[in-house]
Design a protein around this ligand. Structure first.
Ligand SMILES: *[C@@H]1O[C@H](CO)[C@@H](O)[C@H](O)[C@H]1NC(C)=O
Ligand SMILES: *[C@@H]1O[C@H](CO)[C@@H](O)[C@H](O)[C@H]1NC(C)=O
Ligand SMILES: *[C@@H]1O[C@H](CO)[C@@H](O)[C@H](O)[C@H]1NC(C)=O
Ligand SMILES: *[C@@H]1O[C@H](CO)[C@@H](O)[C@H](O)[C@H]1NC(C)=O
Ligand SMILES: *[C@@H]1O[C@H](CO)[C@@H](O)[C@H](O)[C@H]1NC(C)=O
Ligand SMILES: *[C@@H]1O[C@H](CO)[C@@H](O)[C@H](O)[C@H]1NC(C)=O
Ligand SMILES: *[C@@H]1O[C@H](CO)[C@@H](O)[C@H](O)[C@H]1NC(C)=O
Ligand SMILES: *[C@@H]1O[C@H](CO)[C@@H](O)[C@H](O)[C@H]1NC(C)=O
Ligand SMILES: *[C@@H]1O[C@H](CO)[C@@H](O)[C@H](O)[C@H]1NC(C)=O
Ligand SMILES: *[C@@H]1O[C@H](CO)[C@@H](O)[C@H](O)[C@H]1NC(C)=O
Ligand SMILES: *[C@@H]1O[C@H](CO)[C@@H](O)[C@H](O)[C@H]1NC(C)=O
Ligand SMILES: *[C@@H]1O[C@H](CO)[C@@H](O)[C@H](O)[C@H]1NC(C)=O
Length: 543
């Protein structure tokens, strides 16, 4: 076996055991999430074709409006999921939060689908950005009202939540038709460099002209039929789904049972395209199975070249056994921004090359990290406790441009983003000061002024190690400021409270709380300027 040094990390997986194929077959829908965006409240339904239960978005998205596509476009597709959309006229970033049962560090396929269908009678297709977690997944560019766009990414989340967000870029109101999540076999599509965005997934020489998905494909990948007159189709007369043994990629029988080859006289097959982005890096997963019973004096041996370099070979696909060839390292375009794939038969081979299916992915280099999960959980608990109706969606800090209102975060290259400032002034807060604030351990600035908070000033505020500014004025608190907090205020903490809280244990708020005559008390330095460099701007607080 000859391997080029550039692509040392080769692998070839061959379906070897019937047992494996049985295991792949046995997997059910466990952990699949299927959302029909824009269906009304509690109306989930079972899709006849796939058997999936499509849920409404009520448990996954907090904002947006349900709309039906116009009647003319419903006629164009049988897929009921595309008949309505959820659109997001309010806010810049709106998010879905998925909580897959397998949790973090598992490989998922996430698919978002879009069909505009003139749902708003404006006959203008929007253009917007799609994010997963803190990073840009892709831009959604829709050509026509009837265009169906599928975006797919293979992603390993670092937290138990996955945020899928639509961002308004000023080119129309974002919307979405379908959102789906499928757990994959953890050992497949391994990329250490980043998530993989689907470019193409082809079922060569498909005899049906239909997209193959679940239940044929246990992972619910969408295999598009690829047909051409240039190549010669080859198929197996076998009808039994288990007659081709599978490897862990589990390419469905309906896909692998057909292949393209050439006439006997032709020794090669070539595929090439011009990359829209010259800097794109590609990952390939090529699936093979010999479908013809070769005679003793016959052989099918070929080499696979990408951009002129041997990628794999010589290779002879085993009879009725799925083989997947892939590399662990990304492949760049050539100097002209092209990708050229050649399957060339070796001199000794009596038969031309063959290929059954191919998946092409583009590497996404996700650079922005999501907020520390302790902080995320704390701020979510605070949001829940105070029933905040703010547009707080997606990751609290990242990406920096869409940090939540009222939060300031620290960003640096080595640590995850942390919440360092929380401003909930004049937010109609009721009840006591939330104990979850104690979990925001990097907090420097906390402003809870002008709310209706009651109860005592909690001790834990004195234990937030980095706290430098605390404003509790204009609330309905009782008791008095804990001594430890007063002590902190002598050592750099700028503390602002209503004066009555400085009395003793029997103090209570004045009966008329709307009075603004009480100047309250401020401790620490009188004019405090705290530079919060996090977001690049200098914030000054004068107390
Ligand atoms: C998947 O693999 C990762 C490491 O790559 C591991 O941490 C995780 O537990 C695995 N998940 C499952 C479901 O096996
Ligand atoms: C679009 O137009 C149709 C027909 O005029 C009407 O029934 C429908 O309510 C309109 N939809 C919206 C969102 O305005
Ligand atoms: C195999 O190909 C032939 C000729 O194209 C076609 O008639 C036949 O239906 C195909 N068989 C299968 C199992 O797809
Ligand atoms: C398919 O093949 C398997 C194993 O060879 C066999 O157990 C099964 O009965 C076959 N099914 C059909 C429908 O022929
Ligand atoms: C080779 O294939 C082409 C196109 O598929 C066909 O037109 C031609 O007749 C074939 N030649 C032979 C010798 O089979
Ligand atoms: C292979 O053997 C068959 C007879 O079994 C014969 O008809 C054919 O011409 C041979 N092909 C080659 C390339 O030798
Ligand atoms: C593969 O075959 C094609 C067509 O004959 C040829 O242009 C190309 O140079 C070959 N590639 C290699 C690496 O031999
Ligand atoms: C090709 O065939 C020749 C003669 O039949 C043989 O000596 C040689 O080893 C073969 N090469 C390969 C790579 O199979
Ligand atoms: C998140 O913050 C908590 C509390 O400060 C800390 O214990 C934990 O190590 C941090 N997690 C990561 C992944 O940095
Ligand atoms: C403050 O608390 C007292 C006693 O708990 C209550 O009677 C009063 O209505 C509260 N005032 C405000 C403005 O919430
Ligand atoms: C607490 O307040 C009450 C009534 O205002 C006063 O009688 C008492 O002396 C105060 N105690 C302290 C320790 O300041
Ligand atoms: C409360 O204060 C407001 C404004 O200072 C005043 O107009 C109002 O009369 C006061 N109410 C009572 C009950 O003291």
């Amino acid at each position: 076996m000859v391997l080029m040094s550039k692509y040392i990390l080769f692998a070839i997986l061959q379906g070897a055991f019937i047992l494996l194929s049985v295991l792949v077959q046995a997997q059910d829908q466990a952990g699949f999430i299927s959302i029909d965006c824009g269906t009304s409240g509690d109306s989930s339904y079972t899709d006849e074709e796939t058997g999936f239960t499509y849920l409404s978005d009520s448990n996954f998205a907090e904002t947006g409006e349900n709309r039906d596509v116009s009647a003319a476009y419903k006629l164009l597709t049988d897929e009921k999921q595309l008949w309505n959309v959820r659109s997001f006229p309010e806010g810049t970033r709106n998010c879905y939060t998925l909580k897959p049962s397998q949790g973090k560090d598992t490989r998922y396929l996430i698919r978002a689908r879009f069909m505009y269908g003139n749902y708003n009678n404006e006959s203008t297709v929007p253009e917007f950005d799609l994010y997963v977690g803190a990073n840009l997944w892709d831009r959604v560019v829709i050509k026509y009202s009837w265009t169906i766009i599928n975006k797919e990414i293979i992603y390993v989340p670092s937290s138990d939540y996955i945020h899928v967000c639509l961002v308004n870029t000023g080119l129309g109101v974002p919307f979405i038709s379908v959102l789906e999540l499928r757990p994959l076999n953890n050992e497949t599509y391994v990329s250490t460099e980043g998530p993989l965005q689907l470019y193409k997934r082809y079922d060569f020489a498909s005899s049906t002209d239909r997209v193959v998905r679940y239940k044929d494909d246990v992972y619910d990948r969408l295999w598009s039929p690829f047909q051409t007159d240039i190549w010669k189709p080859l198929n197996t007369s076998l009808k039994n789904d288990t007659s081709i043994s599978k490897n862990s990629y589990g390419v469905p029988f309906a896909v692998i049972n057909t292949a393209y080859t050439r006439n006997r006289s032709t020794s090669y097959m070539g595929i090439y395209w011009s990359s829209t982005n010259r800097n794109s890096k590609y990952f390939f997963y090529m699936h093979f199975a010999e479908l013809a019973k070769l005679k003793k004096n016959q052989s099918r041996v070929f080499n696979i070249y990408i951009n002129g370099e041997l990628w794999y070979g010589p290779f002879s696909p085993p009879y009725l056994r799925e083989s997947t060839i892939y590399s662990f390292s990304a492949i760049e375009t050539d100097s002209e921004g092209m990708i050229k794939i050649w399957f060339n038969k070796t001199r000794n081979s009596t038969l031309p090359p063959l290929v059954n299916a191919m998946e092409i992915y583009i590497l996404k280099e996700f650079l922005d990290q999501e907020t520390n999960q302790t902080d995320v959980q704390a701020i979510l608990n605070i949001k829940l406790e105070y029933e905040l109706k703010r547009n707080w969606q997606g990751d609290p800090c990242a990406p920096k441009a869409y940090s939540w209102d009222g939060l300031i975060c620290s960003f640096d290259t080595t640590n995850l983003p942390r919440i360092i400032s929380l401003n909930l002034s004049s937010s109609g807060l009721q009840g006591k000061i939330s104990p979850y604030i104690a979990d925001l351990t990097m907090l420097q600035y906390l402003d809870l002024s002008n709310n209706s908070l009651s109860g005592r000033v909690p001790e834990f505020l004195a234990e937030l190690p980095s706290l430098t500014i605390l404003n509790l004025k204009g609330n309905n608190l009782t008791g008095s400021v804990p001594p430890a907090l007063l002590e902190r205020s002598k050592n750099g903490l700028s503390l602002s409270v209503d004066s009555y809280l400085l009395g003793n244990e029997t103090s209570s708020p004045p009966s008329n709380n709307t009075s603004s005559a009480d100047p309250g008390y401020s401790f620490g330095k009188n004019k405090f300027v705290l530079p919060l460099l996090a977001s690049g701007c200098l914030l000054s607080f004068v107390l």
